[in-house]
Design a protein around this ligand. Structure first.
Ligand code: FAS
Ligand code: PHB
Length: 385
């Protein structure tokens, strides 16, 4: 068997890349180790930048997004119960759209029913510097496909980055001393817009998936487990951390999903190794505070698709040769913003009273400076692809 591009991973990055290549007539095959249901069952991101919305439209899968997505013109930062609204429209003339990653994945899955192999076991990359190929096991049968290029879209724990010799790759990492406990509940959101709260007990986030389904998070310790957190304990802690009238207005209910994500910042350099390219979480991780993870995966794939299509359309390798530097330039700016938002909004007891005063001063500066709020709005709504 042979294809032009073998894509490893059927998360948002892999599926979007496959879709864009399909539309441009570039043959590709996606290999996913999990089942489609398993991939859809992972509850993750919730906010799309305009660049990601535009990419969904270019991929001709944006119909449901425009019908069901919620356009948000701003967000609220709350510091010890004091709220500050960041008005995206007034500050930068852009908005974000609340539309769950699960729905993005569902829309992309529906667009390419056949060229994804799910439950592909033991995926392995071969000869990434020469005659590249990928092998896997499917229903007990060993299979292999030759390809021109491999796109590693298999997330942080995938096989692609792990296939690169340690001497050829450099990584940068910051692991945060806390995690996010997330709860999904079928109750109306407490507010029209998202609320990011910094309380001395810890961070909290009020988000949403629709007008009848909400997503809430609280900062927890790195050793906490889901079992440590009954629904009642979660709702009590969330309310402690919100401005009192907001806390009172939270509609609680039984959690339909509850999970803990550890927070880290991570970047691998470079993003190309011969015929292998890395995109999405395979290349980088951001703490979800700035809602950048999914959006970065989309901008990586936007650039990689343009480079691959350019090669097959007119034989130019310029896009492929420039992909790593171009993607990393945007990745590092998103890493910075996500790191900055995380430091602004979480409790860092190890930083002591001085550290808390620095957070208060940052919040007061935002409250008093339109320019500071413009910078936050420019980054949150997304820098250009
Ligand atoms: P993904 O991890 O989504 O997809 C990679 C795919 O590759 C998976 O389906 C996996 O099964 C497959 N795979 C892995 N190894 C393989 C192998 N060896 N062979 C074949 N396939 C393989 N971002 C936000 O913006 N907001 C959030 O709130 C948020 N919450 C998150 C919570 C968690 C627990 C995690 C892990 C991430 C969260 N993110 C969040 C980030 C997340 O949305 C990612 O940025 C996004 O899923 C990136 O998409 P992909 O790069 O496609 O990687
Ligand atoms: C979410 O709804 O899951 C979400 C929203 C904004 C973030 C992180 C997560 O910054």
């Amino acid at each position: 068997m042979r294809t032009q591009v073998a894509i490893i991973g059927a998360g948002p990055a892999g599926l979007m890349l496959g879709r864009l290549l399909d539309l441009a007539g570039v043959d590709n095959l996606i290999l996913e180790r999990r089942s489609a249901d398993y991939v859809l069952g992972r509850i993750r991101a919730g906010v799309l930048e305009q660049g990601a919305v535009d990419l969904m439209d270019r991929a001709r899968v944006g119909q449901r997004l425009h019908a069901e997505g919620l356009v948000h013109e701003g967000t609220v930062l709350s510091f010890d119960g004091e709220d500050l609204r960041i008005d995206f429209t007034a500050l930068v003339g852009r908005q974000v759209t609340v539309y769950g990653q699960t729905e993005v994945t569902r829309d992309l899955m529906a667009a390419r029913p056949d060229r994804v192999i799910y439950e592909a076991e033991d995926v392995a990359l071969h000869d990434i510097d020469g005659a590249a190929s990928v092998s896997w096991v499917q229903e007990g049968v060993a299979r292999r496909i030759d390809c021109d290029y491999i796109a590693g879209c298999d997330g942080f724990h995938g096989v692609s980055r792990a296939s690169v010799p340690a001497s050829a790759i450099r990584t940068f990492e910051r692991v945060y001393p806390f995690g996010w406990l997330g709860v999904l509940v079928d109750r109306p959101p407490v507010s029209r817009e998202l609320i990011y709260a910094n309380h001395e007990r810890g961070f909290a986030l009020c988000s949403q998936r629709s007008l009848s389904r909400s997503r809430y998070y609280v900062q927890v310790g790195t050793t906490d487990t889901v079992e440590d957190w009954s629904d009642q304990r979660f709702w009590d802690e969330l309310r402690h951390r919100l401005e009192p009238t907001t806390a009172e207005a939270v509609e609680t209910g039984p959690s339909i999903e509850k999970s803990i994500a550890q927070l880290r910042s991570f970047v691998a350099e470079p993003l190309r190794f011969g015929r292998l390219f890395l995109a999405g979480d395979a290349a980088h991780i951001v703490p979800p505070t700035g809602a950048k993870g999914l959006n970065l995966a989309m901008s990586d794939v936007d650039m990689l698709a343009e480079a691959l299509i350019g090669f097959y359309r007119d034989g130019s390798t310029a896009g492929l040769d420039g992909y790593s530097a171009r993607a990393l330039s945007r990745i590092w700016k998103a890493e910075r913003f996500s790191w900055w938002m995380t430091n602004l909004l979480h409790a860092f007891p190890e930083n002591g009273p001085f550290g808390r005063r620095m957070q208060r001063a940052e919040f007061d500066y935002l409250a008093g400076s339109r320019v500071a709020r413009q910078s936050l709005a420019e980054n949150y709504t997304g820098l250009p692809h």
